[in-house]
Write a protein that binds this ligand. Structure first.
Ligand code: NDP
Length: 350
């Protein structure tokens, strides 16, 4: 029997990669995990967690206003955005430490760098190569900005979470999860928010009444919604940016944020060279057991583009670890998955 450096080598230390690696290690597997950035992935570093911290932060504005109505004497209150961002960053540092500690305690070896498949059992990280009986790809996804003139001036949710100054006016492009959540954050923080949605309402695919209700509620909070429109061009001016909509409307603003979907992170992994099948969106094709078209290579989470949700990635990864290392064949059922959108009001769907 061939001897490998690891029983399981995971590429990507986000929610799925970390959960599956720890679970496999808990059953005695020798596990390594490769990560090119900080451990934690989209949810912890660039998604759910920082976004929720900002939502909690700005939401206090409503509470303070309500409190006055219940007899509290509330003085003038202002939000220091830079302080909120600093506090959010401190919390992310703390969580990053917790994640590293959890991997260490589980006995999972963390390898810093970008993993590239060399063959079915070998992954290169820079000059170094590592061998493993099995490989789990959990490299997640990344925001996509449509190719329009001036697209390079747009920020995405990655940068929006780190803005040092609050924009006076922001154009948010898209009508999905990220667009409505960030529209709510920036509006509650006091920005003039323009949401550009190509459908007639936000959240395509959700229940019609929910969509109607949320669209109206967002307008009532002062968000300007440009429905059945898209951003055709972004122009940089001396004072900021101009978003040119296809309807002819021009919006002077400080930031344009594209929230126009995410794509699987598969570039540079060496998938095509090994004959691992990807779909038209670049997502790794897997069966219900998370197996790719190469028998000992698996993929979980956003890189498979099933449902880009943290608990889904975790469920797939833990199911894989149970199946492979605990003689307990289980896999996630993707038929009825709940998800919540942290809009104002929050909405949920199954
Ligand atoms: P979504 O797929 O939810 O929304 C993308 C939006 O961009 C849609 O409104 C879409 O319009 C629009 N769009 C896409 N391409 C274009 C284009 N070329 N021109 C104009 N509009 C365009 O993606 P998000 O980026 O918001 O989020 C990615 C995923 O991350 C979500 O689907 C979700 O799975 C996950 N997520 C989950 C969260 C949660 O659980 N709370 C929070 C944030 C993200 P149309 O509808 O017309 O296609």
């Amino acid at each position: 029997m061939a001897s490998y450096d690891f029983d399981l080598l995971t590429i990507g230390a986000g929610s799925g990669g970390v959960a599956g690696s720890r679970r496999a290690a808990s059953y005695g597997a020798r596990v390594g995990i490769i990560e090119s950035a900080r451990v934690g992935g989209t949810c912890v570093l660039r998604g759910c967690v920082p976004k929720k911290l900002l939502i909690y932060g700005v939401h206090l504005h409503d509470e303070l206003e309500d409190a006055a109505g219940y007899g509290w004497s509330i003085g003038e209150n202002t939000l220091d955005w830079a302080k909120l961002i600093e506090a959010k960053d401190r919390e992310l540092d703390r969580l990053n430490g917790i994640y590293l500690g959890m991997l260490e305690r589980a006995g999972v070896k963390v390898i810093e760098g970008r993993g590239r498949l060399i063959d079915a059992h070998t992954v290169a990280v820079g000059e170094q190569t590592y061998t493993s009986e099995r490989i789990m790809i959990a490299t997640g996804g990344w925001p996509v900005v449509p190719k329009i003139p001036g697209a390079e001036h747009a920020i995405t949710s990655n940068e929006a979470l780190d803005l040092k100054t609050l924009p006076h006016r922001i154009v948010i492009w898209g009508g999905g999860y990220i667009a409505v959540e960030f529209a709510g954050i920036f509006r509650a923080a006091g920005c003039d928010v323009h949401l550009v949605v190509r459908a007639d309402r936000v959240l395509r695919g959700f229940d019609g009444e929910v969509r109607d209700h949320l669209t109206e509620a967002m307008k009532a909070r002062g968000i300007t919604i440009h429905a059945e429109s898209t951003v055709a061009r972004i122009e940089k001016t001396q004072g900021g940016l101009v978003a040119h909509l296809d309807s002819g409307i021009m919006i002077d603003c400080d930031q344009v944020m594209a929230a126009t979907g995410r794509a699987p992170n598969t570039t540079g992994l060496g998938l095509a060279e090994l004959g691992i099948e990807t779909d038209a969106y670049g997502a790794i094709v897997v069966d219900e057991w998370s197996a790719t078209t190469l028998p000992n290579i698996y993929a979980v989470g956003d890189v498979t583009n099933h449902l880009n949700l943290t608990p889904v990635a975790i469920g797939e990864a833990r199911g894989l670890a149970e199946t492979l290392y605990n003689n307990n064949p289980v896999h996630l059922d993707h038929a009825t998955v709940p998800s919540a959108v942290f809009s104002q009001p929050p909405v949920a769907t199954v």
